[in-house]
Ligand binder design. Structure first.
Ligand code: ARG
Length: 466
């Protein structure tokens, strides 16, 4: 809990005559959200401290006291025992000030060759590295759920849509694998941004470097970074790694949002393609029959919020002169909310997908409606030597006759088709069946059962390798 206390004993208080205005303290404090960085802060401080001792910048004795003290502070924070104070601003000040209470003035040596500017950038990179790895694992779980469901539904046929109009019949597994691909690219995006994120700012100090003989490479290695940030000014002012995480998160939410939209449509009475698990739905306080798809709706809604955070981060950064500016403290709430929201949505989807009940009969009857095999009739004519554009025209006329006579392509008598074009023969019937239409699409990446089975094998092998 944060509480108002009189301003006194600031770690930077030396040059000040007056205490800080109480509302300024409240306005500028970040402890109520950056406290979540405490593990990273203490880890980076401990490694920094050991480096200072290794390099002879502080004594081994002093380092031992600081390390023991930091371990205690960490245990207190883990146990939720630390009372947060607005006058101590942020997590970095809280840790240092508690360290001083525990071990005395030697605590002040920890901040040698360091500034909060390189400290906060280091903590945030460490923290987001862990979050990126967690998001990657959650995406894997969603892919696994999709793949497992898809493996049961190679031969379940539903209409594929364009413009939300029935277009061509497809295998449900094929449809689900489309999302498998999207989440696969999302994982690639996270893997791609990780090495840029995973670089060490510490040792840049306030902005210009430090006169002390620090060993940044050693610190980087101890903290599992892939290398150091090469330029001290860039190191303390760069936040494009935050933008990249927010962007990757916004794309994931966009994919989840499109899937959500389909689940919402598909679970409506008009479609009736799927039933969502009860555990993921809510009822209505007035209409007893209602079972509402709240989880997909909220995920769809939250995709707007995550994209909003990405925009907020861009706006916050775009006019900042080098190097650190306090504006940058505003990076945390948006990016924390991005990783929380995206992580939560992925966890929900990984659990929701296996609970979906697929209504094969509803999908099958919808797949046959709306002349979804019209392209197959045109393709049939092409195989008889008719140029595709002409075949398209002929088929369009036949569809119009069907509409007028309230027939489907497979119920319309052959003679009626032959009135439009004599090249249409009895063998056309085989082409007008929904399943034949699906299986005709054997091109690489297409929806034919055999092609989809091969795609499932490839997908399964890719997941097994992870
Ligand atoms: N709480 C600050 C932030 O998140 C830490 C860095 C403060 N540095 C400073 N020069 N005031 O940005």
């Amino acid at each position: 809990m944060t509480k108002d206390t009189p301003s006194s004993g600031k770690l930077w208080g030396g040059r000040f005559r007056e205490p800080t205005n109480a509302f300024v303290e409240r306005f500028t404090a970040s402890i109520h959200y950056d406290s979540r960085l405490f593990r990273e802060d203490i880890l980076a401080s401990s490694v920094h401290c050991r480096m200072l001792a290794n390099q002879g910048i502080i004594s081994g004795d002093d380092a031992d006291q600081i390390l023991a003290g930091l371990a205690k502070v960490r245990a207190e924070l883990e146990a939720g025992k630390m009372a947060f104070r607005l006058d101590l601003e942020d997590i970095h000040m809280h840790v240092e000030s508690r360290l001083k209470e525990l071990i005395g003035p030697v605590a002040g040596k920890l901040h040698t060759a360091r500034s909060r500017n390189d400290q906060v950038a280091t903590d945030l990179r460490l923290y987001l590295r862990g979050e990126v790895d967690d998001l990657n694992k959650s995406l894997f779980q969603v892919q696994l759920s999709l793949l497992t469901l898809a493996e049961d539904h190679v031969e379940t046929i539903l209409p594929g849509f364009t413009h939300l109009q029935n277009a061509q019949p497809v295998s449900l597994a094929h449809h689900l694998l489309a999302y498998f691909e999207m989440f696969g690219r999302d994982r690639e995006r996270l893997a791609d941004l990780r090495p840029r994120l995973n670089r060490l700012p510490l040792g840049s100090a306030a902005l210009a470097g430090t006169p002390f003989p620090v060993d940044r490479e050693w610190v980087a290695e101890e903290l599992g970074f892939d290398g150091v940030c090469r330029n001290s000014m860039d190191a303390v002012s760069d936040r494009d790694f935050v933008l990249e995480v927010a962007f990757a998160g916004a794309v994931i939410m966009n994919h989840l949002s499109r899937f959500s939209e389909e689940l919402i449509l598909w679970s409506s009475s008009a479609y009736g393609f799927v039933e969502l698990p009860d555990a993921f739905c809510t009822g209505s306080s007035i209409m007893p029959q209602k079972k509402n798809p709240d989880v997909p709706e909220l995920v769809r809604g939250k995709s707007g919020r995550v994209t909003g955070h990405l925009m907020a981060l861009f706006m916050m950064l775009k006019g900042l002169p080098l190097t650190y500016n306090r504006d940058m403290q505003e990076d945390k709430e948006p990016v924390f909310d991005v990783v929380d929201t995206v992580g939560g949505a992925l966890r929900l989807f990984a659990d929701l997908i296996p609970g979906l009940q697929i209504r094969r009969d509803r999908m099958a009857s919808a797949a046959a409606a709306g002349f979804t095999t019209a392209t197959d009739l045109a393709d049939y004519l092409v195989k008889k030597g008719v140029p595709f554009r002409e075949a398209h025209e002929i088929t369009g006329k036949i569809v119009r006759i069907c509409v007028d006579k309230n027939q489907t392509l497979s119920t319309l008598p052959l003679e009626a088709m032959q009135m439009v074009d004599v090249r249409i023969q009895a063998d056309v019937q085989a082409f007008l069946q929904v399943e034949a239409s699906v299986n005709a699409r054997k091109s690489q990446g297409g929806t034919a059962f055999a092609t989809v089975r091969a795609a499932l094998d490839t997908a399964r092998a890719a997941l097994d390798e992870d």
